[in-house]
Design a binder for this molecule. Structure first.
Ligand code: HEC
Length: 453
């Protein structure tokens, strides 16, 4: 995966190369054996920054290709680290809101970037090993801590050596006999080389009476599948690809968590939890990529229960535009979706999702009095980094408030990630189709009441 080549235009790439070459030649001669006076050291100054901000992904068995846990691991990457943090490519984070807007923001302070730059430019010295902080620990590799329950695919899935695999769906019964309050959900692929992304849904029969909260736009929220047969044919798959749709006739599903580089877990904010009804089924939508030789995968999902008494329920919802067409070759198509709140609510987070033609997202909140504010802007959306943007100050939304999302798409050949610029593209699950999908986590003002049977 080469993210950068997809990200930047040729011009920008050349400019970037020029900067790197200029920087490298200016600093190459300065790598000294002994740290000069005032130069930060790895042990004392740099390791704490990397352990806190990078090691979650940069450690053995995780998604990043190299580990940053020891000086020996990090030293060859000193200049790369300096450049990636200076231009904001690492740690990956794509919202352009002011620092401190999001709870799960990944970014370094100016002081931290400066420390790394002075360390790399000053010869990347190790310093006194006695200054080293303890390496961060991860319970059996889990990012969020040791799960209370691990739900695993019931059997391994075997992939062929090559070819395109349509999404595969797997069903894991939970056998929960009572409702579970879940604080964190983490997805661990069995085989990272072939698992491209995972969507985790929960399917269960509702056991609570809920007053409606979100009113989607009746004109645009229908997907091709919702429409009468023949009214609007869905995008046809490229020839030779078989599509296996999810099973029919199961209880309704809702999206709980996603796995993709940048997102492996979902944690409910303080005082809140996800509520899973008894008897539910975990549905995994798996996107696999073949790797040139046959392989297997058995992905699992870990749940940590809430330790809080009476947490507020965080409800995952969604709003979409399912009725767009992106004309073949069009480089800049904007597609809106809107949703109205039917009661007061607290909004915890927003998850923008398109496929490979999506390039930008923006969200506006319109209060009943017309006051409009931008609540999230993702100027360089990248399919390869899926993120739930969690607000530090959750949004207090009053009845009648609307959220309007706009996604921009590039269906032209200039988009290097475009699977087929000669195709008119419509809504669909598959990567060669598109989505205009927003996940939204909220708590309504009116609490649910049990359904009496
Ligand atoms: C959310 C996961 C994640 C975090 C956090 C993260 N990285 Fe990365 N990093 C990756 C992945 C995945 C790659 C390889 C693919 C890519 O470049 O997108 C990568 C690649 C890199 C590279 C190599 C880029 C190249 O030249 O190919 C550097 C250097 C780097 N990271 C530095 C850092 C530093 C420094 C931090 C912390 C300040 C950090 N990363 C935090 C996931 C992460």
């Amino acid at each position: 995966m080469n993210r950068r080549s997809r990200f930047l235009t040729l011009g920008a790439t050349l400019a970037w190369c020029a900067i790197v070459i200029a920087r490298s030649s200016a600093f190459d001669g300065q790598y000294a054996a002994k740290p000069a006076e005032g130069v930060p050291t790895f042990s004392k100054d740099v390791a704490p920054i990397l352990f806190k901000n990078c090691a979650g992904c940069h450690r053995p068995g995780e998604i990043a290709p190299m580990s940053f846990l020891t000086y020996e691991d990090v030293r060859p990457w000193a200049k790369g680290i300096r450049d990636e943090v200076a231009d904001g490519t690492m740690p990956p984070w794509h919202a352009d809101a002011p620092h401190g807007t999001f709870l799960n923001e990944r970014s370094l302070t100016a002081a931290e970037k400066d420390t790394i730059a002075r360390w790399a430019n000053g010869g990347a010295p190790k310093g006194d090993p006695k200054d080293m902080p303890a390496a961060p620990s991860f319970a059996d590799g889990w990012m969020v801590g040791k799960p209370d329950v691990v739900l695993e695919m019931t059997e391994p899935y075997t992939l062929p050596a090559d070819g395109t695999i349509q999404y595969e769906y797997f069903y894991i019964p939970t056998n929960f006999t009572e409702p579970k309050w879940v604080k964190s959900i983490e997805i661990r692929p069995g085989n990272r080389e072939v698992v491209h992304h995972v969507l985790v849904y929960y399917r269960a029969t509702p056991d609570m009476q809920r007053t409606p909260v979100l009113r989607p736009n009746a004109q645009t929220a229908r997907t091709p599948e919702d429409q009468p047969p023949g009214a609007s044919p869905s995008t046809a798959p490229p020839s030779g690809i078989r599509v296996s749709p999810p099973k029919r006739g199961l209880p309704p599903r809702r999206l709980l968590a996603t796995y993709a580089p940048g997102t492996v877990s979902q944690t409910a904010p303080d005082g809140t939890a996800f509520r899973l009804e008894p008897g539910g089924i975990i549905e995994l939508q798996m996107h696999y990529t073949t790797k040139g030789e046959p392989s297997t995968d058995r992905t699992k999902v870990g749940l940590i229960y809430s330790k809080e008494t009476a947490p507020l329920e965080v409800r995952p919802g969604q709003f979409i535009n399912g009725s767009f067409t992106l004309p073949a070759g069009a480089a800049d198509v904007a597609v809106d979706a809107d949703v109205e709140f039917l009661q007061d609510a607290t909004v915890w987070g927003i998850f923008p999702h398109t496929h490979l033609r999506g390039k930008k997202w923006s969200y506006k909140m319109i209060l009943p009095d017309g006051t409009t504010t931008t609540i999230l802007s993702v100027p360089k959306y990248d399919f390869n980094w899926q993120t739930y943007y969690m607000f530090k100050e959750p949004l207090k939304v009053t009845k009648g408030t609307k959220i309007v999302s706009t996604a921009w798409y590039d269906n032209s050949p200039a988009n290097k990630a475009n699977p087929d610029p000669k195709m008119d593209v419509r809504w669909g699950d598959q990567t060669w189709e598109e989505m205009q999908y927003t996940g939204i986590l909220f708590t309504p003002a009116v609490p649910p009441t049990p359904i009496v049977k």
